[in-house]
Design a protein around this ligand. Structure first.
Ligand code: 7PJ
Length: 441
């Protein structure tokens, strides 16, 4: 499987700040935003024809030399930073027309390499690969979806709420109805207590509520359909009657999902990414519901015994891609799917941290990302061995880091009011634009 993943990508918003400080006209900024940002893609899984194709690209200097890297700037400069009427004229393929290619070690890591260039150079590469008689469409598609990783997925409507991805980090509040969930196990057992807790989370600013009747803590065992239904259905009904905050149900079972959706749930949150119950995707499709598909290695009973990956991000991507295929096969539209890397689900301490750092690589799938770190074990360890009940500050650290890195669209948390405050700060810093009078539009 050929994959292209962004290693780094300059964000156009960051360049715009420089353009404003330089006093460039808005039209010039628009052109430059499209042509200037530099992208680096890590490629894996290449076959010989792709490697030959990439090797044969007219060599460009590895570091973007001023001449080749900045034709649009020249175009603007010639017009006195005024209003360029056309984009830089496409040049004949030659040095600088394509991204530069740095192959990986031919013996140890065949089929790997790094492409560096600007969006327009990547577009030219995609076109050339599509046109190539050797059949390089897999390479073209991989590069094209990696380029699309910077674009915002389409908005999602759940009940009366609209989720505009990219506008801010949304918060999913956890409503456990299990006697054994590790962090607040037993405290909200009983429908009335769970409903009251859900309403309090809604009041505190939850954008959706995740009702769960089966613990998925490491080592936990499955519960019966009847027991799970008896826990979640009254809670969904009670919440639906008293709040318009959309309701998600954390379940892996088609039979539970069917009743939960009838009771008014909007989204099915399956921690197995549609891999446990083959009937579940169709239940979601028939109800027109949304779903969150999470990555897991193994099952909750066994997942923490010996998690192992050759390439963590690659394996998570492959799993999630298969999950999306299962959803699309029964007619769930892509716009109704969220993805989740599954922090703590078949991952070591280091795996969890690496995934959080590299969340942006999962954006090549083009779908919004939901991430749950709240009170999880790796946070306790980072905070010096604190138990679940004392992991709030560590949880907020993880939530704010994700928001600052731009990695999550939704965070799944137990402490909604605190997470909203932390996110208000992190989201605002990421979007701040007032650098003084010389940064005006
Ligand atoms: C997650 C989840 C998560 C999604 C749980 C806990 C363990 N669903 N359900 N993502 N975790 N989508 O609450 O810590 O990370 S149960």
């Amino acid at each position: 499987m050929i994959r292209a993943r962004p290693v780094t990508a300059e964000h156009p918003e960051d360049l715009v700040l420089a353009f404003r400080r330089m006093g460039l006209a808005p039209d010039a900024q628009t052109v430059l935003r499209e042509t200037l940002p530099l992208v680096r893609l890590l490629l894996t899984g290449l076959g010989r024809p792709e490697e030959a194709f990439l090797r044969a690209l007219p060599a460009a200097p590895l570091a973007p030399a001023s001449d080749d890297a900045c034709p649009p700037t020249e175009a603007v400069a010639e017009q006195g930073a005024g209003l360029p009427t056309s984009r830089a004229t496409p040049r004949a393929p030659g040095p600088g027309a394509y991204p530069s290619w740095l192959p990986g070690d031919a013996q140890a890591r065949p089929g790997t390499g790094l492409l560096t260039g600007r969006a327009e150079q990547f577009q030219r590469l995609v076109t050339a690969a599509r046109a190539d008689s050797r059949g390089l469409s897999a390479l073209a598609s991989a590069v094209a979806s990696a380029l699309a990783a910077g674009t915002v997925p389409p908005a999602l409507v759940l009940g009366r709420r609209r989720f505009e991805w990219g506008a801010r980090t949304y918060v999913m509040g956890v409503v456990n109805v299990t006697p054994d969930s590790f962090s607040d196990g037993g405290r909200y057992f009983g429908a009335e207590a769970a409903i009251a807790h859900g309403l309090a989370l809604a009041e505190a600013g939850a954008d959706m509520l995740d009702v769960g009747g089966e613990s998925t803590r490491p080592g936990s065992l499955p519960v019966s359909v009847e027991a799970e239904l008896a826990r979640v259905v009254p809670v969904i009904e009670g919440l639906r009657a008293r709040t318009d905050v959309p309701i998600s149900v954390d379940t892996t079972k088609a039979a539970v999902a069917r009743e939960a959706l009838k009771a008014g749930a909007h989204l099915i949150n399956d921690v197995t990414g549609f891999s446990a119950d083959a009937a579940l995707p169709r239940v979601v499709a028939e109800a027109g519901a949304a779903c969150c598909l999470m990555h897991i290695q193994g099952t909750p009973a066994t997942m923490q015994q010996a998690p192992r990956y050759d390439d963590l991000v690659e394996d998570v991507l492959a799993f999630l891609e298969a999950a999306i295929a299962r959803a699309e096969a029964v007619g769930i539209p892509r716009q109704r799917i969220l993805l989740d890397p599954g922090i703590g689900f078949g991952k070591t301490f280091d795996h969890n941290l690496f995934l959080l750092r590299r969340l942006n690589e999962l954006r090549v799938l083009g779908l919004p990302l939901l991430v749950g770190t709240s009170r999880k074990g790796f946070l306790g360890r980072l905070a010096g061995g604190k138990p679940a009940a004392e992991r709030l500050a560590a949880t907020l650290g993880s939530v704010a880091s994700m928001a600052a890195l731009g990695g999550a669209d939704v965070v799944r948390v137990h402490d909604v009011a605190e997470a909203r405050d932390a996110l208000a700060v992190a989201d605002a810093i990421r979007r701040s634009e007032d650098g003084g009078a010389l940064y005006g539009r």
